[in-house]
Design a protein around this ligand. Structure first.
Ligand code: SF4
Length: 482
């Protein structure tokens, strides 16, 4: 389904506009899950510990030897286009899904639980660390330490200090992130205490991401958020005092109850905190959310501002942040220039890094194969308890699909280097998309700024997710994303 997000309607229809991967998740099938075994390679007899191998400065690759069979990206491919050989394995990341929240936000469609008790959480931590151990045994990951780690959710900061330490100690028995360039940790402000932030810092977190979303208390309440604004300010002060290399704040433009004055006030509050970076999303109403169900029950559109309004608000926010010295680094982020501006997780993934996604319903990407874990609590825990990876569906990408995936993800940065794509995927793949690039220029959404430099204009950047399906293969245009 393609949303009409380019319209000037005053409301937002139900559906997902945000494109986080390619091909769409709805194309991933259980029938391809067996392919994952081939990609991961043999399991060693007993869990071992991935030994320390430092990253090579500047090249984004580890110094580890490539795992067996790792001319890798080819091994999983079935398409016909040629792919430039890659020397050594790509960077490797770990995603840990912590699926617990204090309350379910009305716009949330993630696999999260609000009813689990402490022993449930303990059982999940057991399973999560065991899952990491199962991956650590596989040939594909031999001598490959993590380049980046991401604690996502759900709410990672829902875990107690003891649970956090236990989880990390257990993982460290099998794999480590001592040399990771970035460890990101998502927090809900109301779950934080100064002592918890000290634990989060001590486990190696370099990038703390605070899910603020808005500063207006009525707006926060209308959207079912668990926190209020005083908790945001308190948590932020503690985080600064405890000391993290980078603090990011998430905002959402156009939540239920949001208005022009409230949005501009939220931008000013965010600026007062002076975070190292901000992530700014435009509110969407995916299927399987409380908001979507309410809209359907009442036969009305969700009470969320229209797309043109949200674009105008994000545009105004970007301009205000730019005035204050920030730079726009993607369709959704502004950063203070300097050493705290990086977002390794995003940049590595959008350039084809491998990532092991652990936890219920988590997504992985290894050597050109996408796969997802079981999305039911019992199925996930049962599978791990019987020493099986809980993979429920997968998609083996062809080389052209890997090209499209990287192209559309990197377009979200607002600029792409066509030479990178020619070198990696071949001249023909790029030249075949030339007419689409030229059409975007003709429509005012992009321009060529050098021989190989293609940039989105601000108008293009603010609606980039609506432009990306033009690059899709025909069979994936107009399909539901989830
Ligand atoms: S805090 Fe995040 S993951 Fe949890 S319910 Fe809200 S939107 Fe969903």
């Amino acid at each position: 389904m393609q949303l009409d997000i380019l319209s000037d309607k005053p409301t937002t229809e139900v559906g997902s506009y945000f494109i986080s991967n390619y091909p769409p998740f709805s194309a991933w099938v259980s029938g391809q899950a067996d392919a994952v075994e081939g990609v991961l390679g043999e399991a060693s007899a007993a869990p071992g510990r991935v030994t320390a191998v430092g990253p090579v400065p500047g090249n984004g690759r580890t110094a580890a030897s490539p795992p067996a069979g790792s001319a890798p990206d080819e091994s999983a491919s079935s398409g016909s286009a040629s792919v430039a050989p890659v020397s050594g394995p790509p960077p490797l990341g770990l995603y840990l899904h912590i699926p617990f929240c204090r309350k379910r936000c009305h716009f949330c469609y993630f696999r999260v639980y609000t009813d689990k008790n402490s022993s449930d959480v303990d059982a999940y931590i057991d399973a999560l660390s065991h899952e990491v151990a199962l991956y650590a045994r596989r040939e594909r990951f031999r001598d490959r330490p993590f380049d980046f780690v991401y604690f996502g959710g759900g709410t990672p900061s829902f875990l107690s200090n003891e649970q956090l330490r236990l989880l990390v100690d257990r993982i460290n028995e099998h794999w480590h992130w001592d040399h990771a360039r970035e460890v990101t940790f998502e927090c809900e402000p109301g779950t934080l205490k100064e002592s918890k932030l000290e634990v989060i810092r001590d486990i190696g977190v370099t990038r703390l991401s605070l899910g603020v979303e808005h500063f207006d208390d009525e707006t926060l309440a209308l959207n079912g958020r668990a926190h209020k604004s005083p908790e945001i300010f308190r948590a932020y002060d503690w985080a600064r005092r405890v000391g993290f290399p980078q603090i990011n704040i998430d905002l959402i433009a156009g939540m239920v109850g949001d208005r022009e004055d409230r949005w501009h006030a939220a931008v000013e509050r965010a600026l007062e905190l002076s975070p190292d970076s901000l992530t700014v999303y435009q509110m969407e109403v995916p299927h399987n959310t409380t908001l979507a169900r309410d809209a359907k029950a009442h036969g009305q559109a969700p009470p969320v501002a229209g797309w043109s309004t949200k674009r105008a608000w994000v545009d105004a926010a970007f301009r205000r942040f730019e005035q204050a010295g920030y730079v726009v680094s993607s369709a959704y982020t502004v950063v203070k220039p300097g050493p705290r501006a990086a977002f390794r997780y995003r940049d590595a993934l959008w350039r084809g890094a491998d990532m092991v996604g652990t936890g219920v319903a988590s997504f992985s990407h290894v050597a050109g194969v996408h796969f997802q874990n079981a999305d039911r609590w019992e199925d996930y825990l049962d599978s791990i308890a019987s020493d099986h990876l809980p993979i429920s569906r997968a998609f083996v990408m062809t080389p052209p699909q890997r090209f499209i995936r990287e192209l559309i993800l990197q377009l979200k940065l607002g600029r792409i280097d066509l030479a990178y794509f020619r070198d990696k995927f071949g001249t023909q793949t790029v030249s075949e998309r030339q007419p689409i690039l030229e059409a975007l220029v003709a429509e005012g959404f992009a321009c060529f700024t050098g021989v190989d430099a293609f940039e989105l204009t601000r108008a293009g950047l603010l609606r980039v997710d609506a432009l990306l399906p033009r690059f899709f293969e025909p069979q994936f245009r107009g399909v539901r994303y989830t």
